[in-house]
Design a protein around this ligand. Structure first.
Ligand SMILES: NC(=O)c1ccc[n+]([C@@H]2O[C@H](COP(=O)([O-])OP(=O)(O)OC[C@H]3O[C@@H](n4cnc5c(N)ncnc54)[C@H](OP(=O)(O)O)[C@@H]3O)[C@@H](O)[C@H]2O)c1
Length: 220
């Protein structure tokens, strides 16, 4: 699968790219500046010699041309980034990982974006796409370190069952991640907002906790 990442040059995009490429996907880091994305993709591949990671760089248009596209810009850049790409993204699964947060002292606080969540705003801007939301609680630094083992649940939500299935399939290929179907895109608001709580806990405890739900072991 060719996976494009809009705003893929940031820590989250590069970390996710490393994991997806290690799992066998081809990844295109998208950017407003194709040369910057090419440099960062080459740096990523060079950091893991012998792993044969298929990561390249392009502008965001190049990333949008992939089979499945992840939206990984800052939250307030999400709609301005996807809107001009609506035609290229039509009919495709688009996964929003963005969280609308603001730092206040020693804690992170959740903002309420238009339509209640970044993912809902992205879905409204992309009526022809199958928008899902996922990956909000994944720590970029751990993703980027391919020697670190992951142990996180990933809540996935969408109004399109095929987008949920494709996102669960994609993230489930990364060892240590357990993607879970968390319902319709209405779940994106609490999922995104909970990231503020998680980061605040991490600040208070100087930790790198992520999400793990209990009681699901016997679930089919
Ligand atoms: N960092 C994490 O641990 C983490 C974990 C889970 C989810 N997330 C979410 O994932 C998203 C990306 O996180 P990040 O830490 O990687 O963010 P980031 O570094 O702040 O931004 C990612 C990329 O977005 C592009 N960008 C920045 N401002 C833009 C603008 N005004 N318009 C268009 N593109 C712009 C930049 O790429 P170019 O300059 O190359 O275009 C930048 O490298 C965020 O929404 C965040 O909430 C982050």
């Amino acid at each position: 699968m060719r996976v494009g990442i809009l705003g893929g040059t940031g820590p989250l995009g590069r970390g996710l790219a490393a994991r997806l490429a290690a799992a066998g996907d081809e990844v295109v880091l998208g950017s407003r500046d194709a040369a910057r994305a090419e440099d960062l993709a080459a740096e990523l591949v060079g950091a893991w010699p012998g792993r044969d990671l298929a990561v390249t760089g392009a502008d965001n248009e190049g990333a949008a041309a992939c089979d499945l596209v992840v939206m990984a810009t800052p939250w307030d850049a999400a709609v301005p980034t996807v809107k001009p790409l609506a035609a290229a993204l039509s009919g495709k699964v688009v996964v929003s990982v963005a969280n609308a947060l603001v730092k206040q002292g020693r804690e992170m606080q959740a903002l309420v974006p238009a339509r209640g969540s970044v993912a809902a705003a992205v879905a409204a801007a992309l009526p022809g796409s199958l928008v899902a939301a996922a990956g909000h609680h994944l720590p970029a630094a751990e993703l980027a370190d391919l020697d670190a083992s992951l142990g996180s649940d990933v809540l996935v939500c969408s109004d399109h069952p095929e987008a949920t299935a494709a996102t669960v399939d994609l993230l489930g290929r990364i060892p240590g991640l357990r993607p879970l179907d968390a319902g319709s895109l209405a779940s994106a608001a609490p999922i995104e907002a909970f990231t503020a709580v998680l980061i605040t806990v991490n600040i208070r405890y100087k930790a790198h906790s992520s999400l793990r739900l209990t009681g699901l072991e016997a679930a089919p």
